[in-house]
Design a protein around this ligand. Structure first.
Ligand SMILES: Cc1cc2nc3c(=O)[nH]c(=O)nc-3n(C[C@H](O)[C@H](O)[C@H](O)COP(=O)(O)O)c2cc1C
Length: 388
């Protein structure tokens, strides 16, 4: 019997297809797999016991088996190498880089070269590219693969004006033929899997995610992440998941559901509503990389982990601070650290950090930041365990 609370393929072999399973074709192993539709918490791409190689994977992206149903969303200015490594350590099944422009003139900038760093990062290394011209994006994909990318992710979800003005990011959703041309060109240009990130459409009158998903599937895209908002919604209102469910129903692509997921229970509910293979977490992971393991654990066991202790948060935040100083150098590290430390304070010390954030933001040396943060944690009273 399938475990009701499991949205993932557990290490124990599944007993084989039941009457609740539908037969699908596994593009990775080119053989039949079975989709379980019998319960609210499910993995729609769950393979049957016959596909032994699939057993520990939640879903596959080309040759890469992703073993946890949680993905870190690409976030410019946030998902740099130190933060991606941290999220992987805390259970994210896949992490995606900050977007890099496909404009070759920007490759040599310090910002772009930092965004292409993956030293020590486990496979698969997914790099997101943004652009508007099929040939330029194909060349950018090749360049990034040569630099070490193992998955190329294409950004058709970013609503930022400076991206959309050039008919890139989510603006591309208005131009299905251009979408097809870009995806076909990029897939043909590289021999690594290509994934796509979209919104549900351009605006509420033009929710064309199903059309775009079919184009992506036809072009050979390996997985699709969907933020449950239109471009016009930007970050307003609540994410809607019905369009994501419609894409899951209309294609065989592994779909990753994204938007406003902040807790294990919500992740389970979104997987149940959409039938997606995984959830993608953006803002809720800021200052809270523990969310990945909390979601993974809940989906497997139905139990909530306790929230990290103050000591655990202190250890992680101080190590993250040191990694940022090292990665960006003192000047850049100081600036980026103000954001991340602010997020740790919001997520774990809300109402307990007083004036500390303002004081921290005025510090102008790496040693000053480290000393102040250490002192902040040292003066916290001992706390008891909290529920996540
Ligand atoms: C600071 C920030 C930067 C982002 N940068 C990107 C980006 O570079 N590429 C992209 O596809 N989406 C980007 N996004 C969108 C996120 O990937 C994600 O779709 C969105 O935040 C919704 O997920 P959430 O509700 O879990 O945060 C960004 C979001 C934020 C908050």
């Amino acid at each position: 019997m399938h475990n009701r609370l499991s949205s993932r393929v557990l290490s124990a072999p599944v007993a084989g297809p039941t009457a609740d399973c539908k037969q699908l074709n596994c593009s990775l192993f080119n053989q039949a797999v079975f989709r379980y539709d019998g319960g609210p918490f499910l993995n729609p791409r769950r393979p049957c016991a016959a596909t032994a190689t699939c057993e520990s994977a939640v879903f596959a992206i080309g040759p890469y088996q992703i073993t946890e149903p949680t993905v870190l969303a690409p976030m410019a200015g946030v998902t740099d190498l130190p933060f991606r490594q941290l999220c992987r350590q805390h259970g994210a099944g896949l992490v995606v880089s900050e977007m890099v422009s496909s404009n070759p003139e920007l490759r040599a900038t310090r910002k772009s070269s930092l965004r292409r760093q993956f030293a020590g990062e486990p496979a698969p290394r997914s790099v997101q590219i943004a652009g508007t011209e099929p040939a330029t994006m194909a060349a950018a994909a090749q360049f990034n693969v040569a630099e070490g990318a193992e998955i190329i992710d294409i950004n058709m979800g970013c609503p930022a004006k400076k991206v959309c003005r050039k008919a890139a990011g989510s603006a591309l959703l208005q131009h299905p033929q251009l979408v097809a041309d870009i995806l076909t060109a990029v897939v043909a240009a590289v021999d690594v899997p290509v994934t796509l990130k979209i919104r549900t459409g351009w605006d509420s009158d033009n929710r064309n995610a199903v059309e775009i998903a079919k184009i992506a599937e036809q072009a050979g895209v390996a997985a699709l992440a969907i933020h449950g908002r239109t471009r016009a919604c930007r970050f307003n209102g609540s994410a809607e998941y019905a369009t994501i469910a419609a894409v899951v129903a209309a294609t065989q692509l592994p779909v990753i559901a994204n938007g406003d997921i902040t807790s294990p229970q919500q992740a389970a509910a979104v997987l149940a509503e959409t039938g997606a293979a995984a959830v993608m977490i953006g803002r809720a992971a800021q200052g809270n990389p523990w969310l990945f393991s909390q979601i993974n654990h809940y989906l497997t066991s139905g139990e909530l982990l306790t929230a990290p202790s103050d000591d655990a948060v202190a250890t992680t935040a101080l190590a993250h601070l040191a990694a940022l100083h090292q990665f960006y150098g003192e000047l850049g590290g100081l600036r980026i650290a103000r954001k991340h430390i602010g997020w740790y304070l919001d997520a774990h010390f809300s109402g307990r950090s007083g004036e500390f954030r303002g004081q921290f933001n005025r510090l102008d040396s790496a040693t000053g930041q480290t000393a102040a943060l250490t002192e902040f944690f040292n003066q916290l009273p001992a706390t008891t365990e909290r529920a996540a």
